[in-house]
Write a protein that binds this ligand. Structure first.
Ligand code: SAM
Length: 198
């Protein structure tokens, strides 16, 4: 489905600009280091992070999206280690200083614990996990994301999912989002930034 969506879109589905949450919170990536962008799509976030000086690795399962990500990074004049891979095939033993999961709510309650565990594994101890997505209220707003409330995050779900982690930011809020045709309009968002213990 995702490859089809990208292939039939003649422009970047989620635009060229990073998620606003990233530009509003530059402290997240100011320390530099290595970053993994999971399910990175067309590279708007990974390219932004590479421009900010991080050494960025990214993957997505949709070949058209990965090709666009490589093109975006090339146009920006930055290095991006970008791969076509689905979630299951990624080598989660590779460790990074930061892991970014931005609008990756394609897994429901059965798959999500494994998804969280994979991202935790890819972080070195003391590394930072950055999640940005939707709360269940987004389903009523209908301006992006999957149609299932169960796929969305709540503050409690994230606190429980990363019990023992030091939370640096946890905020749920509504606002207008204009991030390509894929995310457009009033949206119910949630940000989560936390440091892996150890
Ligand atoms: C809503 S888009 C977000 C893309 C990007 N993170 C952004 O914010 O622009 C979700 C992305 O997840 C990718 N995706 C969905 N299921 C996946 C899977 N099982 N493995 C890897 N990527 C997946 C899709 O190809 C799509 O690019």
């Amino acid at each position: 489905m995702w490859e089809e969506r990208y292939k039939t879109s003649d422009s970047y589905l989620f635009g060229l600009e990073p998620a606003k949450f990233l530009t509003e919170n530059p402290w997240i990536h100011q320390s530099g280091g290595t970053a993994l962008c999971v399910a990175d799509g067309e590279g708007r976030n990974s390219t932004h992070l590479a421009r900010a000086g991080l050494s960025v690795t990214a993957f997505d399962m949709a070949p058209t999206a990965v090709a666009r990500a490589q093109e975006l990074a090339k146009r920006a004049g930055v290095a991006l280690d970008s791969h076509q891979s689905d979630w299951q095939s990624w080598d989660w033993s590779r460790q990074f200083d930061m892991v970014f999961g931005i609008f990756i709510q394609f897994m429901g309650p059965e798959g999500r614990p494994g998804q969280f565990a994979d991202m935790a594994r890819a972080l070195r101890p003391g590394g930072r996990l950055v999640l940005h997505g939707y709360t269940p209220e987004q389903v009523d707003l209908g301006t992006g994301g999957p149609p299932s409330r169960d796929n969305m995050y709540t503050e409690d779900l994230l606190r429980t999912g990363f019990d023992g982690w030091r939370i640096e930011r946890l905020a749920a809020y509504e606002r207008d989002v204009q991030e390509g045709r894929g995310h457009s309009g009033r949206s119910a968002l949630i940000d989560f930034v936390a440091v892996k213990p150890g």
